[in-house]
Design a binder for this molecule. Structure first.
Ligand code: GRF
Length: 205
């Protein structure tokens, strides 16, 4: 059973997909806490509706990013979290946070990394004119969207796609691959070697 802590800042549709995967038994684990830097975030309501503990931590109360991160880590430690899932979390984690949960932090990015890292990935995609984009689940390292890639899913970019229509198409795939990646983690099937992630086959008898 993997004990999951989620950090999120926004509407929380990825959290919703993960909650459903847990409730349907696709993920062998439990979401023990959802932490947000935004107390109006709809993600907190979604968590409460499923009786998941939530915590809002006000970033402005801390002088340094590391102090803020230490406050989050305190809550995660209390809950004995094994895996930190970033689900639309709009802050960059300090190196201290990343070291504390080395290879135990996942993120989802709405582009096929290493293309279009950073903010507004779907806008960057449409403006660039690529024909294929998608989403990437990766482990978090100290760079921006640069950690070892776990799963990716491609979608076609059509001539009439806008930032919004592309975001919607990609989001549908996010909701598939994020729970899948967490499921693989919960089954102990993700092996990181350097910057590559290998997925262990299951032994079927
Ligand atoms: C998603 O597009 C995800 O790829 C990005 O932030 C967005 C979060 O959406 N990291 P939601 O809050 O899960 O609906």
């Amino acid at each position: 059973m993997v004990n999951i802590g989620v950090l999120a800042s926004g509407r929380g549709t990825n959290l919703q997909a993960i909650i459903e995967a847990v409730e349907e038994g696709r993920i062998e684990g439990e979401i023990s806490i959802v932490v947000s830097d935004n107390h109006n975030a709809f993600v907190l309501k979604r968590a409460e509706q499923h009786n998941i503990e939530t915590q809002y931590i006000n970033f402005k109360k801390f002088k340094k990013r590391e102090d803020y991160d230490k406050e989050i880590i305190k809550s995660l430690k209390e809950k004995k979290i094994d895996l930190v899932v970033l689900a639309g979390y709009m802050r960059i984690l300090s190196p201290y946070f990343i070291r504390t949960y080395k290879n135990k932090i996942m993120n989802i990015h709405p582009a096929l990394l290493p293309s279009f890292p950073g903010l507004h990935a779907q806008r960057q995609t449409v403006e660039y004119g690529v024909k294929v984009s998608g989403c990437t689940v990766h482990f978090v390292d100290e760079g921006i969207d640069s950690g070892p890639i776990i799963l990716q899913k491609a979608v076609e970019v059509n001539d009439d796609d806008t930032e919004e229509s592309l975001a919607e198409k990609i989001l549908k795939e996010e909701h598939q691959i994020y729970p899948q990646a967490i499921q693989l983690f919960s089954q102990g099937r993700l092996i990181i070697k350097g910057r590559k992630v290998f997925i262990k086959e299951v032994n079927l008898r």
